[in-house]
Write a protein that binds this ligand. Structure first.
Ligand code: GLN
Length: 239
């Protein structure tokens, strides 16, 4: 690995890997390499301290208990907090939104303190939200609908210092009745979209990649098969 290699942190795939969100790191690496940017994935497990020196970080969803193990580890080794404060891009999926908030309550009613990178709190809702989720992004730089699959019981309430990532067109999203989906705080982006989210939303992948390499934007890649899958999935969500 040379000094110019883009280092993608895959945070706690051993406990936050339940829903295949590790694919987000694969997509970032692939889209970097297709542009002749050297890129490597650095898995950070429960056996590792969390480094603050990587170029970009991704965290996936998990069940309540796995999510608790991750919360404890991230509190004990606050490298992710330092990286986020330094402006490194971070993508947090589903349970990771909850872990990165002030606190979340598990389905069993237990309240767990998070690491407060997001000004939000999460509590279990009456029913589990499962199904296709489509939103209109409100984050500047994104122009196309975001799509993915949601599967969560927790509903997240955003505080004054948290902006939504999108507005729900189809599905549930943050799940507290305000029509919001996901969360943005500085360089940290959270979403309930599984898929993996970056496989289904190349524009979001390239926005993160551009930020990680310090570019204003990246020229789109010509991948007709990805475009076709996107339009099929958006059509399926409309049915
Ligand atoms: N355990 C959390 C919930 O049910 C997150 C689930 C997930 O990451 N898909 O809300």
């Amino acid at each position: 690995m040379s000094d110019s290699t883009l280092r993608i942190g895959l945070v706690l795939p051993d406990v936050m890997g339940t829903y295949g969100d590790g694919g987000n790191a694969l997509v970032l690496r692939q889209r970097a390499r297709m542009r002749d940017i050297d890129a490597e994935i650095i898995p950070i497990t429960l056996d590792d301290e969390v480094p603050d020196s990587l170029d970009i970080y991704t965290l996936g969803g998990a069940e309540d208990y796995a999510q608790r193990l991750a919360t404890r580890h991230l509190s004990r080794y606050p490298g992710l907090q330092r990286a986020a404060t330094a402006g490194r891009p971070v993508l947090a999926i589903c349970a990771a939104i909850q872990v990165l908030g002030h606190w979340y309550e598990t389905s069993a009613g237990e309240r767990v303190d998070g690491i407060s990178l997001f000004d939000l709190t999460t509590a279990p809702q009456q029913t589990r939200s499962i199904g296709e989720l489509v939103t209109d992004p409100v984050l500047p730089g994104l122009t196309q609908p975001l799509s993915g699959f949601e599967n969560h019981r927790g509903g997240s309430t955003l505080g004054a210092d948290a902006a939504p990532l999108g507005r729900v067109r189809h599905g549930v999203g943050n799940g507290v009745g305000d029509g919001t989906e996901g969360v943005v705080a500085g360089s940290v982006i959270g979403t309930y979209l599984h898929g993996p989210a970056l496989a289904r939303n190349p524009e979001l992948a390239d926005l993160l990649l551009a930020r990680a390499i310090g570019a204003d934007s990246l020229a789109p890649l010509d991948l007709p098969e990805v475009d076709r899958l996107r339009s099929e999935r958006l059509a399926a969500a409309r049915r």
